[in-house]
Design a protein around this ligand. Structure first.
Ligand code: MYR
Length: 290
């Protein structure tokens, strides 16, 4: 088996066993508060909670920044020195961040020394986490990195992420949602459901009246997606400081789709700076079999 390293950016918010895995190298995005201080992209729920508490008192929204090229050079030099033969990088959607592009550019410079694969997941958070887990499983099953990467691309292309935020303002001001006047106007009585489109940009998917109806709609879509993928799907939920509500959403799902593997993960400061607190996401991810 080819000795393979993984680079993943902090917006994956790894919570399972992958977080501590020795072959996983994390590069961090940063939050910039309006007083000039910098915040780490906290990975665990308790530290994320502290960020959302601080957010309540901020007069203007923090901005975010991607890792500099130097960060990738440092990680890659380390990976080369440790004798890895291949590296698979898994990044936040290029439709909402320059992270993938910078990584791709920096990693390409090493292509004469190590096999380099850089993935634009066109997604964020739990989808990135699942892609990493699936990559490890596929390599363990004996697949070569080239084939693993093709399968990851298929998973990325066929994953769906739905997102509900309490307030669209953050996303609009941060330029991550292309909102028309019609979308922003008259939102008081509706729950806009957002979606990552084919290019990995965040767009309006549907307007629904209540949270309950949103969740029913997600379940309906999950059933449709399940029927499309005979090798199975996984459903992962993400939330910004809204664990209890997302746990009850999982209960709703489990009643109607009992055989599925569910996972819940927190969204940290970099994503939270754009979504605000209380956002809830549902990702429907196909499983690639070796
Ligand atoms: C940067 O500064 O490059 C980072 C930009 C991050 C934008 C995040 C936008 C919201 C993503 C929501 C993900 C929800 C997943 C369930």
């Amino acid at each position: 088996m080819m000795k393979t390293a993984f680079i993943i950016d902090s917006t994956a918010y790894l919570s399972g066993k992958t977080a501590q895995h020795p072959d996983v190298y994390r590069v961090n995005l940063t939050v910039n508060f309006s007083d000039g201080s910098l915040g780490e992209d906290a990975q665990d729920l308790a530290a994320q909670h502290i960020f959302y508490e601080r957010l309540k008192t901020e007069v203007s929204l923090p901005t975010t920044s991607q890792p500099t090229p130097a960060v990738y050079y440092e990680v890659m030099d380390d990976i080369i020195a440790k004798g890895y033969e291949a590296v698979i990088a898994i990044h936040l959607s290029a439709g909402i961040s320059g992270t993938y592009q910078t990584s791709h550019m920096a990693l390409s410079e090493y292509a004469d020394r190590i096999k380099v694969f850089c993935l634009n997941t066109k997604a964020a958070s739990v989808v990135m986490e699942s892609l990493l887990e699936q990559a490890m499983d596929l390599l363990d099953a004996g697949l070569i990195p080239e084939v693993v990467f093709e399968k990851l691309q298929w998973v990325a292309d066929n994953s769906h992420i739905y997102l509900m935020v309490e307030d669209l303002d953050n996303l609009v001001k941060g330029g991550r949602l292309n909102a028309t006047g019609a979308l922003v106007g008259g939102l008081l009585k509706i729950r806009p459901v957002l979606f990552f489109d084919e290019e990995g940009k965040i767009v309006l998917f549907e307007k629904v009246r209540t949270n309950k109806k949103v969740y029913q709609r997600w379940i309906e879509i999950a059933k449709e997606r399940q029927a499309l993928f005979p090798d199975g799907i996984k459903i992962s939920f993400a939330h910004s400081d809204a664990l209890e509500e997302i746990q009850s959403v999982r209960e709703l799902f489990a009643k109607e789709l009992p055989t599925i593997d569910y996972h819940i993960s927190g969204l940290g400061p970099v994503v939270g700076a754009h979504t605000g607190a209380g956002s809830k996401g549902c990702a429907i991810i196909p499983i690639a079999k070796p």
